[in-house]
Design a protein around this ligand. Structure first.
Ligand code: ADP
Length: 399
């Protein structure tokens, strides 16, 4: 089976065509500036075909999907002979609310339920829905489509972990609770971790650290998410590239009154101008921060320290929540590439049996056990693969 995986944003659309027999990515690409002017980069990964990287008109997501199908099937850039070789489409959908605890085959009823979840993710879900509608318009209703949610994996959290200490009616009437995000990534790396450790996931207590531009930590007990650091939105938890992470809500009132900001302006500061960018004043990219710190920029060093400290505290908290931990997993841009941050996070966790092997930690972007042989808690680097997870769910549901 060949599955087209789509991750639609408001003005962009990422895709991969995956052959599930071999799990090989046949082609991948990115449509950008949809609704503005349009650009498509299409990279075939089999058959020695050239890369297509040009401006093309993309007035809506439908033209973007049509352009993707055109390139996937073209004589010059294609990897399949015709659209009929694409058996199913898997979509990343950000928010599934409490309605979706697992991936689901898309029907009219599911589309309605996705619309109902839109107020929870007003920027992301409409783009995901547009991507699904564009596929239906271009490929027809007969090609099965599946929605895979960032939130679904965390639906196993107990009420004590997902309830906010505000009047309970806000949960009952308005759905105010911790939902958590990055679920597809946490699910993928935890399953790989169990495979690499050669143990049933049901017997493992894992802490997954997804550290990228957006970051979240997840406690996974017996294969189930029992707590995670993102909340009602992806704004909270760790300090991130540009997002603040946790902060005292009283600060909002103080700053909004002092600077005459409305709530949208305040949230714009917290989403786009905060995190390690806000603290350092240098960049949201950890590579830039480490360079700046080496050149003597103390605020860049402070931003990285705050991030590491945040991860370390959550590891301690989640080990407490699960009464222990068998393995810690590092993944995503920072987790997969930055041995220094992995070392700093693990430094000081010896009390709970974490001992990194510096030589084994000297690795980037590939699966590896990076703890010492006598470390009670295993530490692993596992590159995430949300696209493959989406394709696997799609195959499982479409059959
Ligand atoms: P996203 O959350 O957008 O999916 P990624 O998981 O791709 O993000 O992570 C992107 C981030 O990873 C970059 O902003 C950068 O901070 C970090 N990163 C990427 N490569 C490296 C590297 N070699 N060393 C340190 N950090 C890196």
């Amino acid at each position: 089976m060949k599955v087209l995986v789509i991750n639609a944003g408001s003005s962009s659309l990422k895709y991969q065509l995956i052959d599930m027999e071999t799990e090989a990515v046949l082609a991948k690409g990115l449509c950008e500036r949809i609704g503005i002017d349009g650009h498509l980069k299409h990279t075939p990964l089999v058959g020695g075909k050239p890369v297509f990287n040009e401006d093309i008109a993309l007035p809506t997501h439908s033209e973007a999907i049509a352009a993707v199908i055109d390139k996937l099937t073209s004589a010059e850039y294609g990897v399949v002979a015709s659209m009929s070789e694409i058996d199913a489409v898997g979509h990343r959908v950000v928010h599934g609310g409490e309605k979706f605890a697992s991936s689901v085959r898309i029907t009219d009823e599911v589309m309605k339920a996705l619309e109902d979840c839109t107020p929870f993710a007003p920027l992301h879900n409409p783009a995901n829905i547009t991507g699904i509608n564009a596929c239906t318009a271009v490929m027809g209703k007969d090609v099965p489509q599946v929605a895979v949610f960032d939130t679904a994996f965390h639906q196993t959290m107990p009420a004590k972990a997902f309830t906010y200490a505000v009047p309970y009616e806000y949960y009952k009437n308005d759905g105010i609770r911790r939902y958590g995000f990055h679920g597809t990534s946490h699910r993928y790396v935890s399953a790989r971790c169990a495979e690499l450790m050669g143990k049933p996931i049901e017997e493992l207590k894992l802490i997954s650290c997804h550290m990228g531009n957006g970051s979240s930590i997840c406690a996974i007990d017996g294969g189930k998410s029992v707590d995670t650091s993102m909340g009602f939105t992806p704004l909270v938890g760790l300090p991130m590239g540009t997002r603040s992470g946790d902060l005292d809500a009283g600060i909002l009132q103080y700053l909004m009154n002092k600077y005459g900001m409305n709530i949208d302006e305040m949230l714009n500061v917290l989403n786009k101008k905060s995190g390690v960018l806000g603290v350092s004043g240098v960049s949201s990219d950890f590579r830039d921060l480490e360079d700046a710190h080496k050149k003597g920029n103390d605020r860049a060093g402070l931003a990285v320290d705050m991030f590491n400290y945040g991860v370390k505290k959550l590891i301690g908290a989640y080990a407490a929540a699960m009464n222990g931990v068998d393995a810690i997993i590092f993944t995503a841009g920072v987790g997969e590439n930055d041995k220094g941050i992995r070392a700093m996070v693990c430094d000081g966790l010896e009390y709970m049996g974490v001992k990194l092997d510096p030589a084994a930690n000297d690795v980037r972007g590939k699966e590896a056990v990076i703890s010492a042989a006598d470390s009670k808690v295993k530490v692993l680097l596992i590159p995430t693969n949300e696209e493959l997870m989406i394709a696997m769910d799609t195959e499982a549901l479409v059959g």
